[in-house]
Design a protein around this ligand. Structure first.
Ligand SMILES: [Zn+2]
Length: 394
């Protein structure tokens, strides 16, 4: 079935959204997997209500409507994203990430810091309590956790429904992560726990794992942080690969967009990736302004200065060093290059060359026998599993 050609103009307009009704909603592969009896999970280092994770379970005219406090009175008929997660998607078995503030009432202090004014909900609801009541009412084995020690204590063979909200907003950058019991788990640790819970379903599972902060560090022009987040994303992929069987599990690794981020210059072999292109200024033609430059640069963002800063003697390898950019912006933008897509497992051969982005969802549906391909499989539906890794969106 082709998508309808109607273009819905729903941006930030609740009445337009309501008037279109369910016609305007497209089921995600997470919902389609659950419909076919599979388990499902969403794991991110960003807020669970942030763009990429929200796209797996919510429908909203505005991506920023993460709590009811984010929706103005004129659009009050629309449900916020956190509410949609708890009210309509409590059958997603694993939900791990940040963004606790959208789930808790503004009248209550943050459980971690006891600080007032952190939580956002204006409707008085405690969506975590509500989630626990729902799971209790269904006699499910469930756990809610908000710090690493409690997360570590979760036995994936005993818990069927796991909600983890480890931070009021996004989780910490890996280079700043509190790894103590009071801190936060890593992306790989969350992936490990998620797969061990979900793979117990004989019908298979769908899991979306997002290295959500690669993007955020790029927006700040902080290359070191972004590269470390990318390494952590790789650790999560390695963890997933060690836990699944490629004979029955499709693993897809991709991104939703790029950034104006470049590796430039004819640097010397062995030069640090975060260093100056030619620190001694002897091997390459000098720059026209006579100043050195780093191998990693941004097209736009907060790294712009005028005149360009002289980096001679500056340590460009610190965690918060801001790479130089060509155009001044508070935050760098996304950019338009094609992004890579890598896949292993059943039907992974269907990823090759250049694809339109909606094709990705069709391949996953086809491989996992879900959605419009639920009846296309000769094998009994449910023998295939899928793990989907995504990259972030801000
Ligand atoms: Zn972004």
């Amino acid at each position: 079935m082709l998508l309808e050609s109607t273009i819905y103009n729903l941006t930030s307009d609740c009445s337009a959204y309501i008037s279109q009704g369910e016609e305007a909603e497209i089921d995600s592969i997470i919902r389609q997997a659950i419909e076919q009896g599979k388990s499902a999970g969403v794991v991110t280092t960003a807020r669970l209500t942030h763009a990429t994770p929200a796209a797996t379970y919510a429908h909203s005219p505005d991506r920023n409507w993460e709590s009811d406090a984010d929706i103005g009175p004129a659009n009050g008929a629309c449900k916020d994203i956190a509410q949609q997660l708890i009210d309509n998607n409590h059958d997603i078995q694993v939900l791990l990430g940040g963004g606790r503030r959208a789930f808790l009432p503004v009248s209550e202090p943050d459980p971690e810091t006891n600080a007032p004014g952190v939580n956002k909900r204006m409707d008085g609801r405690n969506l975590v309590d509500d989630w626990e009541s729902i799971q209790q009412g269904k006699n499910n084995n469930y756990r809610y956790v908000w710090k690493k020690q409690d997360f570590d204590d979760v036995d994936p063979d005993e818990v069927d429904f796991l909600l983890g909200l480890f931070s009021p907003s996004h989780m910490q950058y890996e280079l700043e992560r509190d790894t103590s019991g009071d801190g936060e788990p890593s992306l790989a640790e969350m992936t490990d726990k998620a797969i061990k819970i979900l793979r117990r379903n004989k019908n298979g599972f769908a899991l979306m794992v997002e290295g959500g902060r690669i993007d955020h560090a790029h927006h700040e022009n902080k290359a070191k942080k972004s590269l470390e987040e990318t390494v952590q994303f790789e650790e999560a992929i390695k963890m997933a690969m060690s836990l699944i069987d490629q004979k029955d599990t499709l693993v897809v690794v991709t991104a939703d967009h790029s950034h104006p981020f470049s590796l430039t210059g004819y640097t010397n072999r062995g030069n640090p990736i975060l260093g100056l292109v030619d620190p001694l200024g002897i091997n390459i033609e000098p720059t026209l302004d006579g100043l050195p430059y780093t191998s990693l640069l941004y097209g736009n963002g907060p790294g712009y200065t005028s005149p360009r800063q002289d980096l001679t003697g500056v340590n460009t390898e610190t965690t918060d060093f801001i790479q130089q950019s060509a155009v001044p912006l508070e935050f760098d933008t996304h950019s338009g290059e094609d992004v890579g897509i890598y896949a292993l497992g059943p039907m992974s051969h269907l990823f090759h060359g250049v694809h339109e982005q909606h094709y990705v969802a069709h391949v996953i549906q086809y491989a996992a026998c879900i959605g419009e391909y639920a009846k296309n499989c000769r094998k009994k539906s449910g023998t295939l599993r899928s793990v989907i890794h995504g990259n972030p969106e801000v």
